[in-house]
Design a protein around this ligand. Structure first.
Ligand code: FPP
Length: 233
């Protein structure tokens, strides 16, 4: 499951509060959802915390978000370790502050044994950049054909302990966009959009999204039923 956590700013504006308060409350929602995820049957949860394009936001907001990520990691890794949650961060690291990088490394190291839930936080993440990273790997391949490129892409994107394709993508706040999130991995994802702002997203809302997913008829381009699969070239 992957979630585009959207609407922190509008949640704050609706209450006449600063945007950063919306992000803080968004951090509380992150904790709630991480706790609820295993009970909802989720084994991998990828949360879009900061996109590469988010660097274009005002300096104060970017700094506030980075502080929030660091505080969250320093505070939450123990709870994660206790609850069998393996935490990793995907995205570029080279533009993050050294202290945030250290907090990430610590959280990843201390939670590495978790097997109940793999929580992936996407920070300075761009799906297109990840795919370009795979193209970069491909440059050193002598015989590059589509199957080889596909293998490289899978290696580049899924190398982090065995994450794979997204089954369910949720976006909050009524927006209906992918915004450069897990483009390759979402090839057959079911998309669920909810009007709720992220700070109001809770266990029930997660359960409702999972229920909606279970009602969907997934066909992966085939016909349903036993007749499927006979026309392959
Ligand atoms: C989108 O809301 C949200 C973000 C850009 C940041 C996501 C960050 C959090 C949920 C904070 C805590 C996260 C962790 C991992 C501790 P928006 O600002 O675009 O909202 P708007 O569209 O209403 O302005």
């Amino acid at each position: 499951v992957a979630i585009i956590m959207d609407g922190n700013g509008r949640w704050a504006r609706a209450r006449g509060r600063p945007r950063l308060e919306g992000h803080r409350r968004g951090g509380e929602a992150v904790r709630r959802i991480v706790e609820a995820a295993p009970e909802a049957g989720i084994t991998t949860l990828t949360l879009y915390a900061f996109s590469t394009d988010n660097w274009h936001r005002p300096r104060d907001e970017v700094d506030g978000l980075m502080e929030l990520f660091e505080a969250h990691l320093r505070r939450e890794w123990r709870r994660c370790a206790r609850n069998g949650v393996r935490l990793s961060v995907i995205g570029r690291r080279d533009r993050l502050a050294p202290r945030l990088r250290r907090a990430i490394a610590l959280a990843e190291e201390r939670t590495a044994g978790g097997s109940r839930l793999h929580l992936r936080l996407a920070v300075d993440y761009s799906a297109r950049e990840s795919i370009l990273g795979a193209a970069d790997l491909a440059r050193s391949e002598p015989a590059l054909d589509p199957p080889t490129f596909s293998r490289l892409i899978n290696r580049a994107l899924h190398s982090e302990p065995a994450a794979s394709d997204v089954d369910l993508l949720i976006r909050t706040s009524g927006e209906r966009r992918l915004s450069d999130f897990l483009l390759w991995e979402c090839a057959y994802a079911e998309l669920v959009f909810t009007e709720r702002f992220w700070p109001d997203f809770d266990r029930e809302a997660l359960g409702a999204a999972v229920q909606e997913f279970r009602r969907r008829n997934r066909r992966f381009g085939r016909l349903p039923g036993p007749a499927a699969g006979s026309g392959a070239p």
